[in-house]
Write a protein that binds this ligand. Sequence first.
Ligand code: ZID
Length: 229
Amino acid sequence: GKRAFIAGIADDNGYGWAIAKSLAAAGAEILVGTWVPALNIFETNLRRGKLDESRKLPNGSLMEITKVYPLDAVFDNLEDVPEDVKSNKRYAGSTKWTVQEVAECVKEDFGSIDILVHSLANGPEVAKPLLETSRKGYLAAISASSYSYISLLKHFIPIMNPGGAAISLTYIASERIIPGYGGGMSSAKAALESDTRVLAYEAGRSKKIRVNTISAGPLGSRAAKSIGF
Ligand code: ZID
């Protein structure tokens, strides 16, 4: 069977959860990366059975998540983490949540993976038009929504089996004007799409790994609702 690592699940409403279920139904083992600030609630809901109804697969069995890893995809390694984040209550409760550390943990626990899913994005100023977006907000959107894919690939490719595949989710606001998708999120998706072509070339040549991104339709996830979509 294949083993998948899905980055960006914190509830049962988003694309990551739906993709995990499809992969589980197809027989894959499921590992999950959950944003550190959302980890507690997600694990509690899982433990208390609140997600059991949503865990149901077409054959009637429940999706098993083998392990949930805390993850913050805007930090590549410990040296990147500023003091205020290190000492933040929500972050201090977990360890090894930078991208490099998570990849190391997955390697230690399971040796390798076959499938990498990037189902995460964040744009703190998404509600602002591009003309009103600050440099900080713009760079934060790119860091969380675009570079995070590069970083995940960089650190996970060494433990990905040849023939493996990576996928992320993009949005057509990269090509067409969609008012309301601001804060540099349109720019972040454009970068994600361009990077996908280059990463596919590089990872395909070096490790026979496919790299793709899918332009998603509307889904009432937490992220989509928070921007009024
Ligand atoms: P989600 O909230 O379920 O998933 C996003 C996840 O990212 C959450 O679990 C966060 O905790 C996590 N996260 C945020 N920051 C970090 C971080 N630094 N490190 C680790 N994790 C982090 O929402 P989702 O399922 O909508 O998002 C998954 C992917 O789908 C994202 O890349 C979206 O941009 C993409 N996507 C979603 C939609 C949608 O409708 N939900 C659309 C296109 C792409 C879209 O916006 N018409 C209108 C809107 C749209 C499509 C058509």
